[in-house]
Ligand binder design. Sequence first.
Ligand code: C5P
Length: 291
Amino acid sequence: MRSVRIRCPAKLNLFLEVLGRRPDGYHELSTVMAPVELFDTLTVREAKGFVLEVDGPPLPGTNTVEKAYRAVAKRRKIPGVRARLVKGIPAGSGMGGGSSDAAAMIEALDELFDLGLDRHEVAAEIGSDVNFFLERGPALCTGRGEKVAPIASGPELHAVIYWPGFSLSTAAVYSRVREFLTRTPRIVIDFLNSFGREGPEKLRRVLFNRLEDAAFALHPELAALRARMEELLPYGARMTGSGSALYGLCASRAEAGRLAGRVRGEFAGFVAPARVVTREVAWRSRKSASS
Ligand code: C5P
């Protein structure tokens, strides 16, 4: 029986501005996301019913892999599947693990059963970040995050990622953001210009996340952790998405490894160096096999 194995990368928000609240309750965004080489792995094979095994801590909330299966099953008559998810991305960290897993499930089902799906249409139903993970590189995402425009990038980039071990609710963070919106939202142009040609030293000026203040209001210790990370890392530190993971950029794999050691020496929790995917690549390495 055929199976499909897909690597599901994490993401970092390098720029995130909130443009306002929409009538549907979501917020209009202008955000730049880049995949990073920190992965979950999803393996899917045909089976009876729907079974999901998770290798890692239990996942919070509704499982996005199951949601993706149900969303596809609503559109096409498909057999049951057995899915195995090996978690490498901390859940509830703002790194998009759940969304990435859901995108992988849509791809897996489309491939296994040759469905000819409109993958983006299914993705948008599951969550705001799922569409991004159907692409293969950095992108400017607008709307509630589901409109994805691939962008060009400059030099090699790496990141040191730190997750303090607690999760923030995305909905709770967005519900506080209004207090921190400004009359003139920050525009993404400066970021895009810099991202297209500059390394981490200059990019530091344009990294931005409007959700930080809202997250810090909910969890003041996160502000202190970010301040300490800024001292430890050469090119600053930011929060990704709605938190709680923090990251700092650097220029090489060796530097990321060294800096991760420095952060690990001081902080308890999850610390990982990871390459930032700066252009469209085929990191999703599929394996289909008969067994
Ligand atoms: O789309 P997703 O399920 O990831 O969103 C989770 C929650 O985050 C939403 O229910 C909403 O409260 C908030 N959100 C938002 N604006 C966005 C994306 C998410 O308000 N653009």
